[in-house]
Design a protein around this ligand. Structure first.
Ligand code: PGA
Length: 250
């Protein structure tokens, strides 16, 4: 049985003090003893220390929204995996569609980040998903399969990997994939992973759904057999909503 995983991606929201308050509110509502679902929060880099302090000693994971794939060097504005680790992060999000769309990330750079994070002992949430145009052209399966294959190239052990399926047309738009639409793609992702790594690994891999998940639709999405939790954007900025979504998974 796969343990569901729900992660709040705060994106470029909340200055340090506000981030600390939000983390505190989430922790206050969730308590320390939840066990049925793995929970993480991904504040912007400047708030990692503050949020890390708030959630210290709890079961909430500290998650980074991005990383660079080199160890160190002349990469102004970038942050290495080791730096993130030193702040207490245990997961890194790689290849979010906003990174692909606005910051030129490709399957190749996503693959380098996934490999670097795993090599440093971090866990990775690798994001994939098709645009509206791709969906309407009927090439969703091809796009997603290529993202999985190229993103995981030369990755031999999937133990530290979670895949997040996030149809780009559903992110921040209020349009959610129906549970059936999402399930169809999730099943195809698992099939691709099965063909690459075999049955046992495919069965263990957790595949999150992301794209306008809210308290009102979370339970029906999480009830699908191949949906193992969610990557939550907008709704993770409100403690009540995020906690309701976690409860829908647990
Ligand atoms: P959303 O974002 O929940 O605001 O649609 C999801 C994401 O980008 O991870």
């Amino acid at each position: 049985m796969r343990k569901k995983i729900v992660v709040g991606n705060w994106k470029m929201n909340k200055a340090v003090a506000e981030a600390g308050e939000l983390a505190s509110a989430i922790l206050g509502q969730l308590g320390h003893g939840f066990v049925d679902c793995e929970v993480g929060i991904a504040p912007a880099f400047p708030s990692l220390t503050e949020v890390g302090k708030v959630i210290e000693g709890s079961d909430i994971r500290l998650v980074a929204q991005n990383c660079h794939y080199e160890d160190d060097g002349a990469y102004t504005g970038e942050v290495s995996v080791r730096m993130l680790e030193s702040l207490g992060c245990t997961y890194i999000i790689a290849g979010h569609s906003e990174r692909r769309q606005y910051f030129g990330e490709t399957n190749r750079t996503v693959n380098l980040k996934v490999r670097k994070a795993l090599a440093e002992g971090m866990q990775v949430i690798m994001c994939i998903g098709e645009t509206l145009e791709e969906r309407e052209s009927g090439i969703t399966a091809n796009i997603v399969t290529t993202q999985v294959r190229e993103g995981l190239e030369s990755v031999s052990d999937l133990g530290g990997v979670v895949i997040a399926y996030e149809p780009v047309w559903a992110i921040g738009t209020g349009k959610t994939a129906t549970p059936e639409q999402a399930e169809e793609v999730h099943a195809s992702i698992r099939e691709t992973v099965r063909s690459m790594y075999g049955e046992a690994v495919a069965e263990e891999l957790r595949i999150q759904y992301g794209g306008s998940v809210k308290p009102s639709n979370a339970a029906e999405l999480f009830a699908m057999p191949n949906i193992d939790g969610g990557l939550i954007g907008g709704a993770s900025l409100k403690a009540d909503d995020f906690v309701a979504i976690v409860r829908a998974a647990g």
